[in-house]
Design a binder for this molecule. Structure first.
Ligand code: CA
Length: 230
């Protein structure tokens, strides 16, 4: 076992699913802890400070959506991978809006679970190598290396994925990306993903940045970051 892979907290009331998730993640070198309901899981995040949380949506005591929202409200940006059942699409979108980093749909393969956990952790750790460029545009300043976003010098809280998406668009200013291209290039893969997830993240970024947002919708195609302050 590779002890450097860190602790993953699994919040799941179905014991069989929790046991499978433990098996898959531990086989990949993670340590795991399981909480069987919302409040216990919420408490465990504070107590254990896990590297990531694998969070079921349908939980006794506090559902996964509320869990996520309350976690972000208290300023806790631990990466969250939301686990939803097929047909819980509205929950999935809402969960992402409320600060989940990514989602996984039941039933999932061991490979999918491990790949998604690896990805949220990698993203939270920041760029793998080199010092990425700082992007400035009008009042907006995005520093992908330090993982900070500022508008007029005031810090704005961004999830790791929001920051990666914004940085990617700014890095290729003027270039138009389709949703599938963004999923491949920012999320790391477009398999099993709903392209509308990109729209959710774009609207989150716009809501956070207001008029400082550089993202332009290119109707029928996708998104790009504009070159100037227009
Ligand atoms: Ca459940």
């Amino acid at each position: 076992m590779n002890p450097r892979k860190g602790l993953v907290l699994i919040v799941e009331d179905d014991r069989n699913i929790a046991a499978l998730q433990q098996l898959y993640l531990e086989r990949d070198g993670y340590r795991t802890e399981v909480a069987g309901d919302g409040p216990a899981g919420f408490d465990a995040v504070r107590r254990l400070a896990p590297g990531a949380v694998v969070l079921d949506v349908g939980l006794p005591g506090m559902d996964g959506i509320t869990f996520c929202r309350r976690l972000r409200e208290r300023g806790d940006w631990t990466p969250v991978l939301l686990v939803t059942a097929r047909g819980e699409e509205a929950d999935r979108i809402l969960g992402l809006e409320l600060g989940a980093d990514d989602y996984l749909t039941k039933p999932f393969s061991p490979g999918e679970l491990v790949a998604r956990v690896n990805a949220v952790l990698r993203r939270a750790a920041g760029p793998a190598r080199g010092t990425p460029a700082v992007h400035t545009r009008g009042p907006l300043r995005v520093d992908p290396g330090r993982r900070t976003v500022q508008v007029d010098g005031v810090p704005v809280e961004f999830t790791a994925l929001e920051l990666d998406l914004l940085s990617h668009l700014l890095q290729h200013r003027g270039q138009v990306f389709t949703r599938l291209q963004l999923l491949d290039q920012v999320w790391g893969d477009s398999a099993h993903r709903d392209p509308r997830v990109v729209d959710v993240f774009v609207s989150q970024i716009r809501a956070k940045l207001g008029s400082a947002s550089p993202i332009r919708t290119v109707r029928g195609v996708g998104y790009s970051a504009t070159d100037d302050g227009e």
